[in-house]
Write a protein that binds this ligand. Structure first.
Ligand SMILES: *Cc1c(COP(=O)(O)O)cnc(C)c1O
Length: 230
């Protein structure tokens, strides 16, 4: 079931790419495996999936220890500063950096381990009160401050769009994030490379692809509905 689901998602990404003249290899699929058991991740892994997204530190570490080491782990959830030390050498990319203090903590822990950690800046494009992320007005200031930290590499931007019935409603937010991304790229800030745009989930990833996403984060569409009752 999982393998068929991934194949379907891949086909839809390809079709969305074709519809807007992009090449399908510009878009990478992250299988968002939060709350799902290791057995399901193994099935996705066997299919060929190497990018997995988790939103809880403990769960990421547990799964990291049980699964092959060629997996690229993406931290996509809100990250508390006191937990940074547990994942800094296990994650491939942290998508959810939205403050200088958090970036400073990542920088500090990365320096201790002698590594550089790649991050994305999370932007709350739709200005939703319930969501984390910096505002569109503040993102450039934040990027220029974080850029000074030697053990952190800014690779791009991420957003979580509102929950909507019709994905087309989120087109404006994806477009806006892409605009900010292009603006920052043009400023050529040292230590900042704008190469990744993480946007689009099960309900709206095709729309996000047409607006320039390089990473889409799909959970339900691959692993089925989540149950949080446990
Ligand atoms: C859970 C989650 C996803 C995946 O959501 P689905 O709607 O199940 O595809 C994507 N991004 C983030 C940040 C998430 O927390």
């Amino acid at each position: 079931m999982i393998k068929e689901n991934i194949k379907t998602v891949e086909e839809k990404i390809e079709a969305a790419c074709q519809s807007c003249g992009r090449s399908a290899d510009e878009v990478k699929l992250i299988a968002v495996s939060k709350t799902k058991p290791v057995s399901m991740l193994k099935e996705a892994y066997e299919y060929g999936c190497r990018d997995f997204g988790e939103n809880k530190v403990q769960e990421l570490v547990d799964k990291y220890e049980q699964l092959p080491k060629d997996i690229r782990w993406h931290m996509i959830g809100h990250l508390q500063r006191n937990k940074v030390k547990y994942i800094v050498d296990k994650v491939y990319l942290i998508h959810s950096v939205d403050s200088l203090r958090l970036a400073e903590e990542i920088n500090k822990e990365a320096a201790k381990k002698g590594i550089k950690v790649s991050i994305l800046i999370e932007v709350n494009v739709a200005n939703e009160e319930t969501k984390f992320g910096t505002s569109c007005e503040e993102v450039y200031q934040l990027v220029s401050e974080i850029a000074k930290l030697p053990n952190v590499l800014i690779k791009g931007l991420m957003t979580i769009a509102p929950y909507v019935e019709n994905p087309e409603e989120n087109k404006q937010y994806f477009e806006k994030l892409r605009q900010i991304y292009v603006d920052i790229a043009h400023k050529n800030v040292d230590n900042v490379c704008m190469e990744e745009l993480s946007m689009g989930m099960t309900g709206d990833y095709e729309t996000a692809v047409t607006q320039g996403a390089t990473y889409v984060r799909v959970g339900t569409g691959i692993f089925g509905e989540r149950s949080y009752s446990v």
